[in-house]
Design a protein around this ligand. Structure first.
Ligand code: HEM
Length: 137
């Protein structure tokens, strides 16, 4: 049925603000991290389920041997998400304690949080570089 009337305004009419953008990414990174935690547990445990099923081992061998870069990229991306989520999470905890709630401080702490996340991410990339191409975790 085609109703010829204007639609109510939705998210697209708003100019993105730093505050809402950080908030959305906090949720996205949280959901992504949760997925990766489940995936890691599954990957560790799959050996228990498949002791007699050779193809599982073959699959993981091929994955780690030929698609090493996929795993390294995934680990790095997860680390990036963790750096962001953790830095912003600390900001959330400060708010929960009643600190930095004024709008100007919300913006300042957001910028500081981004620098912290970038520093943590960079630190991890350098750490990985020094570890001779191996994942140092
Ligand atoms: C693998 C680790 C983690 C996972 C899977 C995870 C996952 C999540 C998820 C799914 C949410 C809900 C997001 C939403 O509904 O908007 C959340 C919120 C939150 N996370 Fe994490 N998180 C992790 C690590 C951390 C760390 C290290 C911190 C450290 C500060 C942290 C601090 C927070 C805080 C404070 C909130 C609540 C934010 C709010 O009040 O809206 N998280 N997390």
């Amino acid at each position: 049925m085609k109703i010829n009337r204007p639609l109510s305004p939705h998210l697209t009419i708003y100019k993105p603000q730093l505050t809402s953008t950080f908030s959305i990414f906090h949720r996205i990174s949280g959901a992504f991290l949760a997925t990766m935690v489940l995936f890691s547990i599954f990957s560790f445990k799959i050996g228990d389920l498949s002791l007699t099923f050779y193809h599982f081992y073959q699959y993981f061998f091929l994955l780690t041997f030929y698609l090493n870069w996929v795993i390294i990229s995934l680990v790095n991306f997860t680390l990036l998400a963790l750096c962001y989520h953790m830095s912003n999470g600390v900001r959330h905890l400060l708010w929960d304690s009643g600190l930095f709630l004024e709008l100007s401080k919300v913006y300042t702490s957001g910028i500081i949080m981004l620098f912290c996340a970038a520093f943590l991410a960079l630190f991890n990339i350098i750490r990985q570089h020094w570890s001779n191409g191996q994942i140092p975790y």
